[in-house]
Write a protein that binds this ligand. Sequence first.
Ligand SMILES: Cc1cc2nc3c(=O)[nH]c(=O)nc-3n(C[C@H](O)[C@H](O)[C@H](O)COP(=O)(O)OP(=O)(O)OC[C@H]3O[C@@H](n4cnc5c(N)ncnc54)[C@H](O)[C@@H]3O)c2cc1C
Length: 433
Amino acid sequence: MSLPPRTAVLIVGAGPSGLAAALSLNHRGVNDIVIVDAILAGENSSRAMVIQAATLEALNSVGCLDKLLPIGEKAQALFMNHGSSYLISTDFSLLAPYTKYPFGLVLPQTATEAVMLEKLDHLGIKVWRPFKVVSLMPSQDTEEQMFDVRFESGEIVKAKYVIGADGANSVVRQEAGIAFKDPNGDEKHDYGNLSQIILGDVSLTSPPQLAARFSITSYDGNFTLMAPFPASTSPDTSRTVYRFASSVPAEDGTAPHAPNIEYLQSLMDRCGPHSLSSDPAINPHPTRIEKVYWSSRYRTRSAVAERYFTHKLDGGVILLIGDAAHIHSPIGGQGMSLGIRDAISLGPVLKAHIGSTAEGTASDKLFEDWAASRRKRALSVVALTKQAMGIINAQRKMWAPLVWCTYAVLRFVGRFTFFKRMLAYRLSGLAEI
Ligand SMILES: Cc1cc2nc3c(=O)[nH]c(=O)nc-3n(C[C@H](O)[C@H](O)[C@H](O)COP(=O)(O)OP(=O)(O)OC[C@H]3O[C@@H](n4cnc5c(N)ncnc54)[C@H](O)[C@@H]3O)c2cc1C
């Protein structure tokens, strides 16, 4: 089927950010939108496993939370351990005075996307697939300032507003000539063992004896996380499936694209807590990976787009959201949540711009203010994830007694409610400054 030749708003990318943008625009009464994606439904890789409180608020504001809440698991706390000993934890229930959703909602990204897709479908908005954008040029044959957006299929769609929600390698961002750089100039920063992260959805021979349901364990400059899938989103209803995440020791070299059972087992034994080990000599309740349902590898990079909003030559307006605008380490589970909030906050701004254009009073200031505030938030999240990586990396980089002192301080301050609340507030996105 051919793409519509013309639209007011073209959303490039139907990952969580693009889908949320379509929902937000529709909620504001902007219906002249086309949303496209280069790949078929369900092929976007399922990276995110948690939605933060501020994002739950945002999703609720566009009527998309009622279907998500029942299928996710409400995580009240996230623990961080050093080896087998407790380091710090956060308690999301302390957010009760500030939000209706004092928890992190645990569910796979695929389930979040599926719910948003279903909602769009219900609203009569279809995602056009597989249509890959290859270039953007100002239209020469229209009176209005518009873009000719060219697709790999050879088709062209004219659009006044182009929203780049096309992920970290965004073609929209590149076509707009917007730089995408580490905000601290650390382009060549060595993240050590945290340079690569693997994810594996696995079942185990016996349930692990973990002290907490959701905990990150750091050990010798590595980290692992084991989170059970909520039953209704599990790839296998006959047993518990866990999302296993691990860093990759630098000396192991490049991880395979789709790590197999032996590779994942080796990481679990070497980088995980003793309670995940398959070795009976160190774990009285040894467990092994039984089956791998899906696995993948990711590289860590921190980058923020120089601008989230621009005109290109005399074309229309280009706006960036989600991973197209910012990426960072997945530690802390922030990226998708931030992208969804970019998208949902853009809806009213774009609606106001369309309205003011019709009245002849359109001003870029609307977009400039939105872009400045969203960019500030991304910088704050990048800083947060760098701090978290710093805590883990300290084990490799710092003099051992200094590491122990740092951890002793963390353990001490982590006992106070105000600290747990501060951490929960920061992770939840409610603290966006
Ligand atoms: C290991 C790992 C764990 C993570 N865990 C979490 C977590 O727990 N919580 C959290 O909030 N975040 C997490 N994240 C981050 C999260 O996965 C991303 O931030 C999120 O997927 C970004 O969504 P997006 O829609 O902006 O981009 P994407 O999900 O990358 O979607 C972009 C879409 O654009 C399409 N596209 C690309 N190019 C084109 C083109 N030229 N034309 C048309 N379509 C195009 C793609 O096919 C894709 O569907 C994690 C990331 C990693 C790597």
